[in-house]
Design a protein around this ligand. Structure first.
Ligand code: SF4
Length: 226
């Protein structure tokens, strides 16, 4: 980024979220408590977009999906598909490396009760837009959950109605990129069976197959995965 450009680490554009971080600093002096940057390969063939840092996960460790339950299925699956050097992500300095994959969140600061407000999603969308702009042209995007899906469309300047969210759906975007959807791999979704390991792996298998074929899904622009 050019000299003088705003830095994610300094961002305080959302007053409620910045105040929430400030208020937590005394109670958790060892926590990261800043906007959590993306993690992984700077030239990925797959960008994974989650919702927001978990309070005791990414907000503690400083790395997306690291240190709490939300990352368990994600990193297991990334390892199984050759993206992660190990299947468990415990801390920012645990030595885990991502190859061909990068992970970010729609909202970079932890929100109270894991619920960002609409204005915060919109405000933080500028950072996601910059991340999408920096992606290689043929990179795929995987949205974990509806909020991440909507944030990707917003950052791409696309209408939500043209690409409705559905688990295992694939969307061909006007720039030729593919957007894949999955239910979020949260503790709630995985423990209730809304998202099983097999369902999650099937989404990754579809992405891998499309990338092997080097082809975008055919029309219509939004379709369920096979
Ligand atoms: S959520 Fe995003 S826009 Fe809001 S303060 Fe954090 S980094 Fe800045």
């Amino acid at each position: 980024m050019a000299a003088g450009a705003p830095r994610l680490a300094d961002c305080r554009a959302c007053p409620r979220l910045s105040a929430f971080l400030d208020a937590a600093r005394d109670r958790h002096p060892d926590y990261f408590l800043k906007p959590v940057p993306a993690f992984g390969d700077p030239e990925p063939r797959l960008l994974i977009v989650g919702l927001a840092p978990g309070f005791h996960g990414a907000n503690r460790s400083g790395r997306p999906f690291t240190g709490d339950y939300a990352g368990v299925l994600l990193y297991q699956t990334l390892h199984a598909f050759g993206f992660a050097s190990r299947p468990v992500s415990t801390a920012a300095d645990d030595g885990l490396v991502l190859a061909g994959c990068r992970i970010t969140n729609a909202v970079k600061c932890v929100p109270p009760e894991n619920k960002p407000e609409t204005t915060e999603i919109r405000t933080c969308n500028a950072w996601l837009r910059a991340e999408l702009a920096a992606l290689p042209a043929d990179a795929a995007i995987l949205a974990l959950g509806q909020i991440a899906h909507k944030a990707v469309l917003m950052a791409s300047g696309l209408r939500q109605s043209a690409h409705p969210f559905a688990h295992a759906a694939t969307h061909r975007l006007p720039d030729g990129r593919r957007l894949y959807d999955s239910y979020h791999c949260s503790r709630y979704n995985t423990q209730t069976g809304r998202l099983t390991p097999a369902m999650f792996q099937a989404v990754f298998a579809r992405i891998a197959k499309d990338q092997e074929n080097g082809s975008c899904p055919s029309s219509p622009s939004s379709s369920p995965a096979a």
